[in-house]
Design a protein around this ligand. Structure first.
Ligand SMILES: C[C@](O)(C(=O)O)[C@H](CC(=O)O)C(=O)O
Ligand SMILES: [Mg+2]
Length: 304
């Protein structure tokens, strides 16, 4: 049964892998998984990690990304995703769901859910998407307290605590860099440099800060979409594609639903669908069948 139902790799080993990846010189590419099945696809295609996006957890519930989701909702989704992948799962913990003591609780919950690390941001509560205007940040000293609480709460020293600064769009790049340095001094293992404008800003950040850096290549936002290889050349250690799979899937779903409504049948769009056989391959029906021969005792032949 190993590897069926849950991934074979332990949470400890996944945390070790994330740590090793962040110092390997190879940029760790983490697409967002909008569900556990997508996490399996991310692994199969060959990425280094899986991201659980706050924007996606919210959007999945048909909610805007303004801090409405709860620690329980984010933890449950993260656990479901971490369970099925051998890759490290890295989670968006927003502002940590409250004050420093809440942040400590957030870390213990996420650790317990088998995730490899998370990021906490320096926005005020309620937060908003980092690529929107009108954000506000807490004083750096408050964020330092959030980080201290997070670092002190983890039981596995390999759990990555990443500090995100949203200050670039509010206080400017030099202030964002100063904050990043203070956050690293407070024990953050990595800095998430939110909403930088262009390559030059990523370079400037890299030169100024010593700890690993994470880039956010979200679409239709404030940052130029820089290829992973280029980010690696600049010296970034990780990159997230937080909403990419959800945007791809929702675009396809909308097109398909409009076509179905217009045509009265989906017969003309089968070549744009994941085939039943491909879905079953991803779900590893064969593996379950090896466990119990009655699982896969049907044939796909003849079906469209
Ligand atoms: C990374 C992010 O925090 C997320 O929740 O995925 C978002 C992404 C987005 O809204 O595009 C962000 O604030 O950048
Ligand atoms: Mg977010």
């Amino acid at each position: 049964m190993t590897g069926l139902i849950t991934a074979a790799t332990s949470a400890d080993d996944k945390r070790t892998a994330l740590r090793a990846g962040l110092t390997s010189g190879t940029i760790q590419r983490l697409p967002g998984a909008f569900n556990p099945l997508t996490a399996k696809l991310i692994q199969e295609v060959g990425f280094e990690g899986v991201y659980v996006s706050g924007a996606v957890v919210s959007a999945d519930l048909a909610l805007p990304d303004i801090g409405l989701t709860t620690l329980s909702e984010v933890t449950d989704r993260s656990r479901q995703i971490a369970r099925v992948t051998d890759l490290p799962t890295f989670v968006d913990a927003d502002t940590g769901f409250g004050e420093p003591m809440n942040v400590a609780r957030t870390i213990t919950h996420l650790e317990g859910a088998g995730v490899a690390g998370c990021h906490l941001e320096d926005q005020v509560n309620p937060k908003r998407c980092g690529h929107l205007d009108g954000k506000a940040v807490v004083p750096a000293a408050d964020m330092v307290r959030r980080i201290g609480a997070a670092v002190g709460a983890r039981r596995d020293a390999d759990f990555v605590v990443c500090a995100r600064t949203d200050a670039r769009g509010i206080e400017g790049l030099p202030a964002a860099i100063d904050r990043a340095k203070a956050y690293a001094d407070a024990g953050a293992d990595m800095i998430f440099t939110e909403a930088l404008a262009d390559e030059a800003e990523f370079e400037e950040f890299r030169e100024a800060v010593d700890v690993p850096l994470l880039a956010n290549m979200t679409e239709f936002g404030k940052s130029e979409l820089i290829p992973a290889q280029r980010l690696q050349d600049i010296g970034y250690n990780a990159v997230i594609y937080p909403v990419t799979t959800l945007r791809l899937a929702m675009f396809a779903a909308e097109e398909g639903l409009r076509g179905l409504a217009a045509e009265g049948t989906q017969a003309g769009m089968l070549d744009r669908m994941q085939h039943r056989s491909r879905l079953y391959e991803l779900l590893d029906y064969e593996g379950y069948n090896a466990f119990d021969g009655s699982v896969y005792d049907f044939t796909l032949e003849g079906g469209a």
